[in-house]
Design a protein around this ligand. Structure first.
Ligand code: URP
Ligand code: ZN
Ligand code: ZN
Length: 470
């Protein structure tokens, strides 16, 4: 078993920022203290750097089938890109086939990840039909470590489930210790607006946003929390929250003492509706659901992060290429040329989250370094049942550690990123902060801008029930 001593760095956890050395023994953190002696261990000098727990991105879609194509990153390319950006654990969404079992979907996603993932991964389950059999299967999955289930209030005919199904699933997680993760947009209203826009020959990418108003997200978010309240006050986690109207609902329910939780994503903090107005078909880069909102929503979301009405920043990483042929990828965003409703929904982000949140959050003075870690690693680990194995620097935790240079600058660009996609939503954006050395379970996997880990070394993480401390 190899031993590594990280010396001279500043440890940043959700709780503290302090100078100390960290001794790793095999896959685990063995000792934390000042003046630790190496005793034959390999040394990593972290002077002038932060020593942080690896980022945890609890919302990714590697190879997600969507709109006649599949997300362009697989578990190998996507997790390698994650590692470059300082993320050492992802939780990806398996998808129940229509009429299929949850076990079959879980096995399918395990096959996609097995032998490919370079960092550890967990799985959520997207549930598309909530029958009695499926409800029973949810219990089994929770026991087997797939302890969260995504339901959709949007995409009628594809993913959407009705209020009765949502209610039943919420009651079930109240009993089995699982967690419902909700895509909260009013799919019925959106469907009408989309059909109307297309009938009026409004086909450009910006119509994706204009037919998915923030009120449709606010309404669905409030309805979802009401259903959770009627189900006995069970916890509910809203995914990819984008709009002030939805945040208002989270705040309302939290203020009433209900277990209401939500994540937002960097795209909603750094990009806006204006991006859809870029010339030609460029707006397709930002076609995702919920869509980017008007700029004023951004400051509301930052307030939500500061006041803990939003507890997690994930990415919803779901890349599709703009042009056919990039690294062998088929036609993807271009499937929606002439019809915005056929543009596959999603954008890349797994590699850029930690740096964007450090630069736009910590460097910009909006959040502390500890809050940065809490939002991107510690609370995701807690809510998704992986703490304290993941999400902190503590004796006995997995040695998932990032040496972060707070002074380094980088320019985000498709020319230099590692995600398998031919554009960056943040092209040319200069950010401060960079992951310089990345360790996953005690093994250096990124150093000197090179990936030095092995394909397939990532392990499935059997997750427990959520822990809510915020
Ligand atoms: O546009 C998005 N968000 N694509 C991925 C699927 C989802 O709803 O998370
Ligand atoms: Zn979603
Ligand atoms: Zn998603």
């Amino acid at each position: 078993m190899s031993r590594i001593l990280i010396t001279g760095g500043t440890i940043v956890t959700a709780a503290d920022t302090y100078e100390a050395d960290v001794l790793l023994d095999g896959e685990k953190i063995a000792q934390i203290g000042t003046g630790l002696s190496a005793g034959g261990a390999k040394k990593i000098d972290a002077s002038g750097k932060y020593v942080i727990p690896g980022g945890i991105d609890v919302h990714t879609h590697m190879e997600l089938p969507f709109g006649g194509t599949s997300a362009s990153d697989d578990f190998e390319t996507g997790t390698r890109a994650a590692a470059f950006g300082g993320t050492t654990t992802i939780v990806d969404f398996a998808v129940q086939a229509m009429g299929g079992t949850l076990a079959a979907a879980r096995d399918e996603w395990m096959r996609k990840a097995d032998g490919k993932a370079v960092v550890d991964y967990g799985l959520h389950m997207i549930v598309r039909d909530v029958s009695d059999t499926i409800l029973r299967e949810m219990d089994t999955l929770v026991r087997e470590g797939v302890s969260s289930f995504k339901l959709f209030m949007a995409y009628p005919g594809v993913f959407m489930v009705d209020d009765g199904a949502i209610f039943k699933a919420l009651v079930r997680t109240g009993e089995n210790g699982g967690l419902i993760c909700m895509h909260a947009e009013n799919g019925g209203v959106i469907d009408v607006l989309v059909k109307k826009a297309l009938a009026e020959k409004k086909t450009a990418p910006k119509w994706h946003a204009l037919t998915r108003p923030p009120e449709a997200e606010g309404e669905a978010t409030g309805r979802a929390f009401k259903l959770a309240e009627m189900a006995g006050g069970v916890p509910l986690y809203i995914v990819h929250l984008s709009a002030a109207q939805a945040l208002e609902q989270v705040r309302l329910f939290r203020d009433r003492g209900l277990p209401a939780y939500a994540e937002t994503c960097p795209q909603y903090l750094f990009l806006s509706y204006d991006n859809y107005e870029e010339p030609g078909f460029e707006g397709a880069k930002y076609v995702m659901s919920p869509p980017l909102r008007e700029k004023w929503h951004q400051e509301e979301l930052w307030k939500g992060l500061q006041r803990n009405d939003l507890q997690v920043v994930s990415t919803d990483h779901c890349p599709f290429c703009m042009k056919e042929g990039f690294q062998g990828q088929p036609k993807q965003k271009e499937l929606g040329k002439g019809d915005f409703s056929k543009i596959p929904n999603g954008a890349p982000g797994v590699e850029t989250r930690m740096a964007l949140m450090f630069d736009g959050g910590v460097v910009a003075g909006r959040i502390t370094a500890s809050r940065w870690i809490e939002l991107t690693s510690t609370t995701p680990a807690k809510i998704m049942g992986m703490f304290p194995r993941k999400g902190t620097i503590a004796v006995g935790s997995d040695a998932d550690i990032v040496i972060w240079d707070p002074k380094a600058s980088q320019t985000l660009s498709a020319k230099t990123h590692h995600m398998r996609v031919d554009y960056s939503p943040y092209e040319g954006r200069k950010v401060k902060g960079k992951a310089v050395t990345v360790l996953s379970r005690g093994e250096v996997i990124v150093e000197k801008n090179r990936f030095v880990g092995k394909k397939g070394r990532g392990k499935f993480i059997k997750r427990g029930s959520p822990v809510f401390q915020t």
